[in-house]
Design a protein around this ligand. Structure first.
Ligand SMILES: Nc1ncnc2c1ncn2[C@@H]1O[C@H](COP(=O)(O)OP(=O)(O)OP(=O)(O)O)[C@@H](O)[C@H]1O
Length: 354
């Protein structure tokens, strides 16, 4: 759980220091006051990247040379301080006074998710977002996943480099051993995770979207082949297009309603509800599997939703044992949420409200 945060030079925030309620904290402010920037800074601490910009350099406050985010975390290992500082194109971090070897060190003790006005893109866009969210979940319930995933990525980039430089086919096959060994484990752990997740998702989606809503997992290569056979089968296309077309890096999750892809038949508001059901089902599933509870951020939850859907969403959120950080333009936007502490934000300055 995140008990406090200090942010320097992040977007419009020159300096901010906030203590969070263990249950729920509300952030209220006008458009462009800095609400999303605060959530983005917190997200950066737990994921090592932003949810709305691919380039960390863009997050620095205009005219400054670095940004810094430092959090105080209540974890099963006690109270820990974690921080990230980005300067000259590099991000460096620390946890409990030690340098970190990767963002996973902080992510492990700060499970963090967000439902923001752009969350519908999980349903609408290509597979990368769904795969990233699935992998975030697998990592939090199966720690060995990270090692296999890194090994797979390394082997994949070697194979792709060999394809780009037109190495002989036998040499490319020789490099596939690690790709196959790690890829099979990545697939096994993802598949286990989706099986655990499905009942939670179906129950939540039935309440938030409608009956007969489910997810299926696609592993990234044809069902009739094992991974080695699939790579061999794909070699002429891979050589021609100089990249690997099959494998766990092409895995996806499909959202289905009555057996057909949800993307083709739901409105923007329903897409948001479906994506929220997925994220909330992850939080519920992680709790059921004994993982560390997640801090959930809600950025302007009322955006795109009618009163009925907003009510259903807030009710579902209230049942999940997460710490909540919620933003809203108006005090009334927080109605229906049992807020423990409130801040008002104006031009990047956060003040506690009494
Ligand atoms: N790198 C940056 N340096 C300085 N200011 C920035 C930077 N990036 C964005 N801003 C400014 O930060 C301000 C706050 O943006 P933010 O998205 O946090 O607002 P918000 O309170 O969430 O608003 P809304 O309610 O409209 O979503 C905007 O005016 C934006 O122009």
């Amino acid at each position: 759980m995140l008990t406090a945060i200090t942010v320097d030079n992040f977007r419009c925030i020159e300096h901010a220091s906030l203590d969070f309620d263990s249950r729920s904290t509300g952030i209220i402010g006008d458009n462009a006051s800095g609400k999303t920037s605060l959530l983005e800074a917190i997200y950066f601490l737990g994921h090592g990247r932003s949810f709305r910009s691919a380039q960390a350099d863009k997050l620095k406050r205009t005219g400054t040379t670095f940004f810094r985010v430092v959090g105080r975390l209540a974890t099963p290992r006690g109270i820990l301080t974690a921080g990230l500082e980005h300067t000259q194109g590099r991000t460096q971090g620390h946890l409990a006074g030690q340098g970190i070897s990767g963002i996973a060190d902080i992510a492990e003790v700060l499970p963090l998710q967000i439902i923001d006005p752009g969350v519908h893109r999980l349903v609408e866009e290509g597979s990368a977002r769904r795969r990233r969210l699935m992998d975030w979940g697998v990592f939090h319930v199966k720690r060995e996943f990270l090692g296999y995933w890194r090994r797979y990525q390394r082997a994949l980039s070697q194979r792709n480099a060999a394809l780009r430089t037109s190495h002989p086919e036998e040499l490319i096959h020789a490099w596939e051993q690690d790709l196959v060994a790690a890829g099979i484990e990545v697939d096994r752990l993802r598949s286990f995770y989706v099986e655990q997740l499905r009942p939670h998702f179906e129950a939540l989606a039935a309440r938030l979207v409608g009956p007969q809503t489910t997810i299926t997992y696609r592993r990234g290569w044809p069902a009739e082949f094992d991974l080695r056979e699939a790579l061999h089968d794909s070699i002429s296309r891979d050589l021609r297009l100089k990249t690997t077309h099959v494998g766990p890096h092409r895995a996806d999750l499909n959202f289905l309603i009555d057996g057909t892809p949800a993307r083709d038949r739901v409105s923007r508001g329903q897409q948001k509800m479906l994506a929220a059901a997925f994220i909330l089902s992850q939080l519920q599933c992680h709790t059921a599997l004994g993982a560390t509870p997640t801090t959930l951020m809600l950025d302007d939850p009322a955006a795109e939703l009618d009163v009925d859907n907003l009510g259903k969403l807030l009710l579902a959120i209230a049942e999940i044992p997460s710490q909540l950080i919620v933003t809203s333009v108006h005090e009334r936007g927080l109605r229906g949420i049992d807020i423990g502490r409130r801040f008002h934000v104006k031009q990047g300055q956060f003040e506690p409200m009494v």
